[in-house]
Structures are given as C-alpha cells and as structure tokens.
Write a protein that binds this ligand. Structure first.
Ligand code: C2E
Ligand code: MG
Ligand code: MG
Length: 639
C-alpha cells in the first residue's frame, strides 16, 4: 500500500468512524465484511476512552466512477485492556525506583526488577532461584521474622522497616511492603515485596537528632540531651542506691573576653575550654554545654560530698592553665555550683536549679571556687579538701606521729603488747585523730604511704625496745582495708622486716573484719602469703562485719579483737554480754586468741576475764601515748 493511499484511507476511516462507531458502542457489532488493513485507535469518550479496531476498504463504484470507503469499528474490550494493563505494569515494574522482588509460594525468587538490582547490587541471574534469606542482615532476632510472617499470613500484607544486606556486605535499612498473591482458586501463589532504601532518610534523621541534641560550637551534649541523660542516670542511681553530683560551671568574666577580643576569640576559647574539660573526665561523667559560658557536669557515682568537692577543685585547678588563642594568652577562672543526689533533689531539673543557686553562692563568695547547695556542706567539704591537701604536706613535713596503746594479759595483768596508732600533730589544730584523716587518706590514696610509714616506725620501735630488754610479745599495726587486698602489701611487709631486722613473729597485722569478708577468697590468699612471712594476723573490730563462720575457720588468723562497741555495754547490757560470750567461745573453739578493746572500766575487764578473754586494751589500762611514755610496770588489779 502506497503512502498516499494509506493516508487517504486513514482520513476516510476517521470520517467513517464517526458514523459507524456509535453502532458498535450501542452493541450493534458490525461484522467485517471485506478485507482491508486493521487500525487500532484510541477513541476519547466523555468519561474515558475505548480502544477500537477499525477495518476499512475502498470500493470503486464504476457506474458512479466513485470510490466509496467502507469501514467498521470494533471496540476492544478485556483482551486489549489486559494487554495494556500488563504493558503498563511491566513498565512500572521496570521503571519504579522501588525494588520489587517476587517469590513463588515456596519463597523461591522468580522475579526482580532493575531497582532491586541497583539497591542490592545483585544481578538478576544471581538471585533467581534463591531464597530472600540471602539478604538477611543478622540485625533482627528470629522473633522479628516470626512476627512478620504471622502478620503477613493473618492480614495478607506486612509493612515495616527491615535491615538487609547488600551484595557488598553492607547492611542498610529498607521500608518494605510484602503482599500475598492468590490464584483464581484462592490458593497462595506468590509473595511480592516492594521496598525502598531508606538509609539516606535514616542518615539525615540521625543528623537531625544529633543537631537537636548537641551544641554545634563545642560538639558537646546540649541542655536537652544532658537533662535526658541525667534523668536516666538518676533512675539507675536510685535503684543501685548510689549518690550522684551535678556541677554547674560558669566561666568568670567571660563577657570581658568577648567584648574586648571579639566573639571569634570568645568562641575559640569556649571550644578550648570544652576540650580541656573533656580530657579531664573518664566514663561515668557527662559533660554538656548548656549555653553561653555555662557548662554542666554530671558525675554518676559520687558516694560522698568530698568526691564532688574534689571533682570541682580539679576543674577549678584544671582551667587555671592559660589558653593560647589566636596569639593571645588567656587566663580564665571558673565558679562551680554543686547539687547532690539524693540529698538535695531527686530530679534532674531540680538538681540543675539547686546547682544554679549554689553557683550564685560561689560567685558571690568571690568566684574562682565552688559552693554546695547547702552552706554546711560547703564548709564541711572545703575543710575536707583542705585536709587532703594538708595531709600531703604533713607527710612531707613529718607531722605524723605513732602513739602506742598498751595491751594487757587479763590473767596476769602484765603488759604484753602494744597497738601502734597514728596521730597527726597539726601545726594549728593540735593532735588530729586518725578517725578524721584516715578516711580522707584512703580516698586520696595517701593511705599507702601512711601505713607503710607507721609500719616502719612501729617495727623500728619494737627493735629498740627489744634491745633495751623490754619483753613484749607483739607490736600491732593497722592495715587499711584499701590496701589489704593489694599484692604490694606482701612486698611492703617483707621490705619493712628486712629494713628493720625485726623478727616477723613480733609483728601483728590488724585487718578489719569487713576488709576480709568483702572478698574472702582474695583475703585468704593474701593471709596465707603473709603467714608465710611469719607475721601474726588479727581481725580487728570483730562483730561489726558479716563473717561467715565457715570462712572464718579457714583463715590463718591468730586473734579476734572484739569491737569496742560490744565492750561498752558490759557487764550490764544483756545483748552485749551475750555477743561477747559468743565471740569468746567462737575464738576459743577455733584456737584463736581473744582480745577486747575499749575497756574503760574495771567491771568490763572483770567480766571479760571471767568469760575467758585473753587480752585487754583500753583507757582503763592506758591511753595511746608516745613510745617514751609507756608505763611498763603498770599491772592494775582486776576485781
Ligand atoms: P582501731 O584499730 O580499732 O583502734 C582502736 C581505737 O580505739 C583507737 O582510736 C584507740 O585510741 C581507741 N581506744 C582505745 N581504747 C579506748 C577506750 O577505752 N575507749 C575509747 N572510746 N576508745 C579507745 P584511734 O587511735 O582514734 O584510731 C581510730 C582508728 O583509726 C583505729 O581503730 C584504726 O582503725 C584507725 N587507725 C589508727 N591508726 C592507723 C594506722 O596507722 N593505719 C590505719 N590504716 N588505720 C589506723
Ligand atoms: Mg586496730
Ligand atoms: Mg578496733
């Protein structure tokens, strides 16, 4: 057919169509009655369109010398609609940006689209015939997939976020919809999964979340995140019965730097302060910038106020070193307000408010320092922190002294031993009791030096006494519970014995019951090692801890020292009397000596003697005194 002929026919067909198509549309289907070419046309209707096949031919009417054109239109119903739908579906399937995966009823992959390949990195032939478990990321527990299939089977559809693995091994989040497809008989025939890669959304979500919770200048948590973390920390501290401290730090006169050197220098200084603070803290401490020149610190474990005070002092001191910014050497001081949990408040918001008013106090007190929410705490803490730094000096300046308290044999009343007790001869405060400074020394780590020094002094003194012909069975020294479990203790004792030349049998180490029972296995090992050296071991303050009798029996200990708390009520307090009787019986049954301390009255000594207690110590026999003041001849009568 020539092009002209074809065009003419098309024009005629269109014309004809107008006249004939109505017949078809109204159901009068015309049969094809002559042969011609078919044309497929889309015919627009008011409410849509139809596809129509037109057949047309030309008839030459010889008589009239006319060509007549005859055409017939037939509306294509389902057959072509189906074909179209499939064609569209195929186009959608291929062009969509969503990955599509089709499996048969057994979960075998039968179809994937181009987007699937782009997202997962797999080629079509690599996945056909495989199971979708090929993409499992290991991110979800088995229960996740169980719930997914349960929903799918129940509702016919499941949608949700799922993490899968790409061919290159990387895992990524996808938003996925899975549907069940049924055949004409209603039997499950396929699963269709449509998904999109949402890692970009996730990344930006993450970024947004980060921005919402962090200070952009210093990268530290902001107020929102700080309060959130503080609430969580307080909740767990409450359960574990732990103390926490919230410190609010404000840089003194920061405005002056901003005003004189400009905001750029100010910003750089804030960044440098943040870096320096960050470097000061380890785990368990959250640092945040609340705004301007205000930082906050949350110490999740702060058993006592002295810990908070030490932390505050560390911050104040740490910021004192100059900052070098933009050619300037800048000095900055900080004021700190401290609020304690649970003493001052129970919520993060309230702690912040309290710390804020404490900060105000610190500022009004002249800045460059810290203050607690309550005045008494501030004074108390400051004194303790002062004591700690003074104690360091005391050791260097040799202000510590060893006093000796006599221990008597209750039967013979003779002085048989002494207990070495440390004292601090403070230049202004006079003689300071170890009850005040030993706990501080323990917390600051100075205790190791103190105990080593006392042991050295006591052993040396014992050697002098022996050389002077004084007959003593032992000199007792206290070993801090902080040091007892340490391996170095053994070396330290051995060293002191070597240095002083004292026969180990004359040295008695007193360890508190709680130190032993805190970790009985370690204690047992340590005690055996110490016993190998030949020293004596005593359990101090017995009755105040929670000894397991079974464990007690295994310990290589020669002596139990009854805590003075039980001796105080003797002989009239029935409970104390009963406890003391039991301890004596217990020690005797285990072949240990019993030693009662805190004896202040003759009646107490009498009762203890009657019950079979071996040794006695207390003001009634003699107070702790310097070595030269011990009264060797003193042997009071016990009635
Ligand atoms: P501790 O080892 O139980 O020592 C007995 C304490 O009771 C001593 O207190 C002593 O002075 C006191 N005391 C003795 N007799 C009586 C009495 O009749 N009545 C009363 N009320 N108290 C009496 P001090 O010397 O104040 O020592 C207190 C604690 O400090 C000691 O208790 C000991 O745990 C510790 N300590 C003392 N010196 C040292 C030391 O060098 N190193 C270590 N780690 N701790 C030491
Ligand atoms: Mg003692
Ligand atoms: Mg004691």
């Amino acid at each position: 057919m020539s092009a002209t002929y074809r065009d003419a026919m098309r024009a005629s067909l269109l014309y004809l169509l107008l006249s004939v198509v109505w017949l078809e549309l109204s159901g009068h289907l015309l049969n094809s009655f002559f042969d011609s070419s078919d044309e497929l046309l889309r015919w627009q209707l008011i409410n849509g369109y139809v596809w129509v096949v037109l057949s047309a031919g030309l008839i030459f009417l010889a008589r009239a010398r006319l060509f007549r054109c005859l055409g017939i239109g037939a509306k294509l119903r389902e057959r072509n609609e189906d074909r179209e739908r499939l064609r569209q579906a195929a186009a959608v399937f291929d062009c969509t940006r969503e990955g599509v995966l089709v499996t048969d009823r057994n979960g075998v992959i039968v179809h994937v689209n181009r987007a699937f390949m782009e997202i997962t990195g797999y080629q079509c032939e690599e996945v056909l015939g495989q199971q979708p478990s090929l993409f499992k990321s290991g991110h979800h527990p088995a229960s996740f997939y169980q719930t997914m299939f349960a929903t799918l089977n129940r509702c016919g559809e499941w949608s949700g976020e799922i993490w899968n693995r790409r061919k290159n091994g990387g895992i990524y989040p996808q938003w996925q919809t899975i549907r069940l497809i049924h055949d004409d008989q209603g039997q499950l025939s396929h699963y269709v999964a449509v998904f999109s890669d949402i890692s970009a959304i996730k990344d930006s979500e993450h970024e947004l979340k980060y921005l919402a919770h962090h200070d952009p200048l210093t990268d530290l948590p902001n107020r929102l995140l700080f309060t959130d973390r503080a609430e969580q920390a307080l909740a767990s501290a409450q359960i574990q019965k732990r103390g926490c401290a919230l410190l609010l730090i404000d840089l003194d006169h920061f405005k002056m730097i901003n005003d004189s050197l400009g905001h750029t220098v100010g910003d750089q200084l804030l960044k440098a302060v943040a870096e320096r603070l960050k470097a000061m803290f380890g785990p368990g401490i959250t640092l945040a910038r609340l705004g301007g020149d205000e930082f906050a610190v949350l110490a999740e474990s702060c058993p006592q106020l002295v810990h908070a005070a030490a932390l505050a002092q560390r911050i104040v001191d740490g910021l004192k070193e100059p900052f070098h910014i933009d050619g300037h050497r800048l000095f900055i001081n900080a004021s700190i307000g401290i609020s304690l949990f649970p003493g001052d408040a129970l919520s993060a918001e309230q702690l912040l408010r309290n710390a804020d008013s404490a900060l105000f106090k610190a500022k009004s007190a002249g800045r460059d320092g810290y203050a607690f929410y309550t005045e008494e705490l501030t004074a108390h803490a400051q004194q303790r922190v002062e004591t700690a730094s003074e104690l360091r000096r005391a050791l260097e300046q040799q202000e510590l002294r060893v006093y000796y308290q006599p221990v008597h044999d209750l039967k013979t009343r003779r002085l048989v031993g002494v207990e070495a007790l440390v004292r601090w001869e403070h230049p202004h405060r006079g003689l300071v009791s170890p009850a005040e400074f030993i706990p501080i020394a323990e917390r600051t780590g100075l205790i190791a030096e103190i105990d080593a020094w006392v042991m050295q002094q006591a052993c040396r003194q014992m050697c002098h006494w022996q050389q002077a012909g004084v007959e003593l069975s032992f000199v007792a020294v206290n070993v801090s519970s902080r040091l007892f479990a340490r391996r170095e203790l053994y070396q330290q004792v051995a060293q002191v014995l070597r240095d002083t030349g004292l026969d180990p049998a004359y040295l008695e180490l007193e360890v508190t019951e709680s130190a032993v029972m805190d970790d009985p296995e370690v204690a047992l090992e340590q005690m055996h090692r110490l016993r190998e050296l030949g020293v004596r071991l005593a359990i101090d303050d017995f009755g105040t801890g929670y000894s397991s009798l079974l464990r007690l029996k295994r310990l290589p200990v020669q002596k139990l020292k009854i805590d003075q708390g039980f001796v105080a009520g003797l002989p009239w307090d029935d409970d104390d009397a009963a406890i003391v009787r039991v301890i004596i019986a217990l020690a005797q049954s285990m072949g240990m000596q019993v030693h009662a301390e805190g004896i202040e009255q003759v009646e107490q000594a009498g009762f203890l003697l009657e019950q079979g207690c071996d040794l006695g110590q207390g003001y009634w026999f003699g107070r702790p005194v310097p070595a030269g003041q011990l009264d060797w001849m003193h042997a009071p009568e016990i009635h």
